[in-house]
Design a binder for this molecule. Structure first.
Ligand SMILES: *Cc1c(COP(=O)(O)O)cnc(C)c1O
Length: 407
């Protein structure tokens, strides 16, 4: 990576890009066969890659901490096959709505964490109806009191966790309970006949390095130090959330179709090493909890690719594909860079060409270049690494959505 004077970010090197694109072209026969069988467009779920990511994540942390549990953040990709595979690998699910909770229960998940602001009465009731499988994380003092009310109505005793806000900047303040509200809330829960508190969760998004998460763990540890002993005795888990950036880093477009930015991210082992140390130093002196993790993006990012077909070559430097970016639900490729691979005419040279979808909006862009020897009508193109925050945001807009195929 080189930071050039006229660029705001480090520039992606050709060697790095080839290291990402080459292995995908090596498997192009497999991808093309799938399109022959199922047609285009497709979401291709690479089940082996998904299982491998889950195993790597688990081992990195479980090998460094005495007791751990892992929950996949369903909002990062709500494809049922992804949850099903991860459940079979021993993951629980982290859900953020009644809709996701109902889906997780239907999938047979035995361990479900339910977090998120503004839970409705129906959502709280659904959580209370499955105390053996669901751990509710209460997001505010009001929500906690509403939940106490429901438990009192049902004369049901139950244990739930609280979400702590350790990042009260701007709109992030909407999540969780501020540290200065926690002590009085804990007293209120300790005095309640039906509710007890079994754990504390915090989460911060979008971490290319573990620095912010380490800082939050340090703050949380200081707060735990001030908690009453009867609370600490009943507190069984500390959930340090998700937000781990994939180790290939963040990729962004520049004004030049052949130049891309590459913001490096720390490898998983760095996250695991530094966060485990922070937990050992700042949490373990106060209690011996199970440490819970809620990774989303890191687990699913690499495991789904989108495949489309060129329908119309309108100009030498512009093609239209059979699918539009309603398949990803947002104008992702106007800011994020991902290579477009021409599976039909493979090649490791990147060439400028506008690769556009068929929606009636000019914002329907897959990319500004492709890898291949040429590009023609009928060619099958792949946009790799679309596992995170695309499928769950897909929109029913103008064009049909791609089918899902598990390979
Ligand atoms: C979104 C979210 C996650 C997952 O975040 P990733 O960046 O996808 O790892 C985990 N926990 C909570 C509470 C979330 O809101």
């Amino acid at each position: 990576m080189t930071l050039q004077a006229d660029h705001p970010h480090p520039v992606m090197t050709p060697e790095f890009l080839t290291s990402q694109v080459g292995p995908l072209f090596d498997r192009s026969q497999r991808y093309l066969e799938t399109v022959e069988t199922h047609g285009s467009p497709l979401y291709l779920l690479d089940s082996a890659k998904l299982a491998d990511q889950a195993a790597r994540f688990r081992i990195a942390f479980a090998s460094r901490l005495p007791a751990t549990r892992f929950y996949f953040a369903v909002k990062s990709n709500n494809m049922p096959d992804i949850s099903r595979i991860l459940i079979s690998k021993g993951f629980g699910l982290d859900v953020s709505s009644g809709l996701e909770l109902a889906a997780a229960l239907d999938l047979g998940a035995e361990e479900i964490i339910f977090s998120g602001p503004g839970k409705t009465r129906d959502e709280l009731m659904m959580a209370a109806a499955h105390p053996d499988r669901v751990t509710l994380l209460m997001d505010s003092v009001g929500e906690c009191r509403r939940f106490m009310g429901i438990l009192a109505e049902k004369s049901q005793t139950l244990s739930a966790g609280i979400r702590l806000n350790c990042q009260p900047e701007g709109l992030w303040r909407k999540f969780g309970i501020l540290p200065d509200q926690v002590s009085s809330l804990i007293q209120e829960i300790l005095a309640h006949p039906f509710l007890s508190c079994s754990g504390i969760q915090f989460h911060s998004s979008w971490n290319l390095t573990p620095d912010r998460q380490k800082e939050i763990i340090r703050h949380a540890g200081a707060l735990l130090g001030q908690m009453p002993a009867d609370f600490l005795a009943g507190c069984r888990f500390i959930d340090i959330g998700g937000g781990y950036w994939p180790e290939t880093g963040e990729w962004l477009v520049s004004d030049d179709p052949l130049c891309h930015y590459h913001l490096p991210a720390a490898p998983l082992d760095t996250f695991a090493q530094e966060l485990s140390k922070a937990v050992t130093d700042h949490v373990m002196p106060h209690m011996s909890p199970v440490i819970c993790f809620e990774p989303g993006r890191w687990i699913c990012h690499d495991a789904v690719h989108i495949v489309v077909q060129v329908i119309d070559k309108k100009m030498p430097d512009m093609v239209i594909t059979d699918a539009g970016t309603n398949a990803v639900g947002w104008e992702r490729f106007e800011s994020d860079y991902f290579p477009v691979l021409n599976l039909t005419r493979p090649g490791l040279t990147e060439q400028p060409c506008r690769i556009l979808g068929s929606l009636c909006t000019p914002h329907d862009v897959w990319g500004y270049s492709f890898f291949g020897s040429d590009i023609q009508e009928g060619d099958i193109l792949m946009i790799p690494f679309q596992g995170a925050y695309t499928y769950s945001l897909r929109q029913s807009f103008i064009k049909p959505l791609p089918k899902t195929v598990v390979i």
